[in-house]
Design a protein around this ligand. Sequence first.
Ligand code: ADP
Ligand code: ADP
Length: 225
Amino acid sequence: MIEIKNISKTFQQRTGGTFTAIDNVSLTIQKGEFVSLLGPSGCGKSTLLNLVAGLEHAQQGTITVNGKDCSTPGPDRVVVFQEHALFPWLTVLDNVAFGLKQKGLGKKEREELAMEQIKSVHLSRFADRYPHELSGGMKQRAAIARALAMDPEILLMDEPFAALDEQTRLILHKELEEIWMRTKKTILFITHNIREAVILSDRVLVMSTRPGTIKKEFVVQAERP
Ligand code: ADP
Ligand code: ADP
């Protein structure tokens, strides 16, 4: 369970003033829940996700996962970015296996776990390819496999499909839904696409630009088995 309590985040502006990106936001996300954070560009979605990831620091408030503080990054929370952020000099297999070094696993074990996740995103045939040899959709699949290989409790997804064409996006929606049902991960998914938010999630949180708060929340009637 993710617990966000009275979080505020202000940025120092070049002009000298401060800008409040998140203003006293509180929310709870249950284990296994798929929550979308929807809102216009600049309303603070990435900032909130980065705070949960431990990549930003709030001036006020606390964020915990199962009671554990989230102010620094941890293997329990992995981010999938809009830009896949794969290492260009590593193959798909090595990209996916890379993070597993943190877990102190040997090479063979890392590669086995990586291949399992690569298979789950239908990229087995491309395991020895480099990122530049892959299409946009395939790069995002590889990024998802890399995140899943860490076996995080929480998947933080920052507009992962925004740069893809409509057809590829629809395929990836289906695949992500399958992954979510199979792995039962908690997912916090950022999008500015209302259709995507409604299709994918259990609950949609709508953020407002001023003053960086959640202004609405609705539960999606899921048609899940
Ligand atoms: P969204 O993801 O909803 O598009 P962001 O969380 O990226 O929004 O940004 C929210 C606001 O905070 C924006 O106005 C942005 O300019 C500002 N902001 C984000 N990161 C920084 C930063 N490092 N320094 C200054 N301002 C920032
Ligand atoms: P995109 O993101 O380009 O819209 P997809 O990721 O859905 O497309 O890939 C479309 C198909 O094209 C895939 O099934 C894949 O087999 C094929 N493909 C894409 N790039 C390559 C490549 N570099 N080598 C071989 N096949 C590729």
